[in-house]
Design a protein around this ligand. Structure first.
Ligand SMILES: *[C@@H]1O[C@H](CO)[C@@H](O)[C@H](O)[C@H]1NC(C)=O
Ligand SMILES: *[C@@H]1O[C@H](CO)[C@@H](O)[C@H](O)[C@H]1NC(C)=O
Ligand SMILES: *[C@@H]1O[C@H](CO)[C@@H](O)[C@H](O)[C@H]1NC(C)=O
Length: 322
């Protein structure tokens, strides 16, 4: 659930000199990348000429399929363990990592430990985390926003270091999107349809800290391991300027109930718009497929204010000879 961040969900096919090899792709974090919530995964995979990553729990994820990677993400989770405490059956970060270890054992059983390690080291990893900690955590109210953000970043740093220990070497880390502008917030807390200043400010405090933290980790590791994705900037333009992107509105969701279609999930009882391409938001929390296509373009080609230190097309070139 929640969180308007952004995401490449794609298995990157690297085409080296002689053989065509598939690069594994691993996905961790919250619902923006939980494949159950995202019908854009197949689109993106197709665009780059590969097959979609399966959820780790899928019974189809076996044998050679393991080489494609896996999606461990779970809706409703956060950096903190008690974020999403109201949901049943969510898979928190430390559990996603336990499953990743289990995955690596299974992969080793198929192709041997040495090759399995190489697959993991050479994979592309996507991590989307943090929005839920502001929106649905019981703890945020105990702190000021700057203190809470610093606390989150200190815990996030541990999570990213653990990911590194587990073998990840190329990780896209998305900051939070404009949390205060999602239809859910407009419906519940905005009196006039304006984005919620408080959440927007929180994002503006959290994202630069995250950016600094990943930079710091990279200099500690001596490599461009962590790549910071500026989800806020990637989203804010089509939110403030929807017409420029061909959207009719960025306030009203395509599917939902209540004001702005911002209450409750998209289900058979919801109001469904006539033309989903005209909407920047699909449901109360998530960008529409068309909005995600703009975002994915920026992840591939964005300049350093959007993708730091390098964008995905550069990553693909750099990593094509490993
Ligand atoms: C979450 O719980 C796990 C397992 O108990 C623990 O190792 C980890 O440090 C906790 N994370 C945070 C941020 O408290
Ligand atoms: C990020 O790091 C730079 C350089 O170390 C520092 O000047 C800046 O204040 C930091 N920003 C935040 C938000 O901590
Ligand atoms: C991003 O990708 C484009 C190519 O699409 C490249 O020209 C540009 O230099 C890259 N920018 C960064 C910051 O890597």
């Amino acid at each position: 659930m929640l969180v308007l961040a952004t995401v490449v969900v794609a298995i990157i096919v690297v085409v080296p000199k002689r053989v065509k090899a598939v690069r594994a792709f691993f996905v961790f974090g919250d619902s923006l990348v939980d494949s159950g919530n995202n019908n854009y995964l197949p689109t993106i995979s197709k665009r780059i000429g590969s097959e979609p990553t399966l959820p780790y729990m899928s019974p189809k994820l076996n044998g050679q399929k393991l080489l494609v990677g896996a999606n461990f993400a779970s809706a409703g989770i956060g950096i903190l363990n008690d974020t999403g405490i109201q949901f049943v059956g969510i898979i928190r970060m430390f559990q996603q990592f336990e499953l990743f270890e289990q995955y690596q054992q299974r992969l080793s059983a198929v192709i041997g430990a040495k090759r399995a390690k190489k697959v993991v080291n050479e994979a592309l990893v996507l991590m989307t985390l943090g929005g839920n900690d502001f929106v649905i955590t019981p703890r945020s109210r105990q702190f000021t926003v700057p203190d809470f953000s610093r606390y989150l970043i200190s815990q996030y740093r541990r999570i990213l270091m653990r990911l590194y220990e587990l073998g990840a070497r190329r990780v896209l880390v998305t900051g939070t999107g404009p949390l205060g502008c999602v239809p859910s917030q407009l419906a519940m807390r905005s009196s006039n349809g304006e984005c919620l200043a408080e959440l927007q400010q929180a994002t503006q405090i959290f994202n630069p800290l995250l950016d600094n933290m990943t930079k710091d980790l990279n200099s500690q590791l001596g490599a461009h391991t962590f790549v910071s994705v500026n989800a806020f900037l990637m989203n804010i333009d089509f939110i403030t300027n929807p017409q420029k992107y061909g959207f009719v509105t960025s306030k009203m969701a395509s599917c939902g109930q209540g004001p702005y279609n911002g209450l409750g999930p998209c289900n058979p009882l919801s109001d469904l718009c006539q033309n989903r391409y005209a909407y920047a938001f699909w449901d109360a929390f998530h960008p529409s497929q068309r909005a995600l296509e703009f975002i994915v373009d920026e992840i591939f080609k964005g300049t350093s204010n959007l993708m730091s230190p390098i964008n995905l097309s550069t990553i693909m070139v750099l990593d094509s000879n490993i």
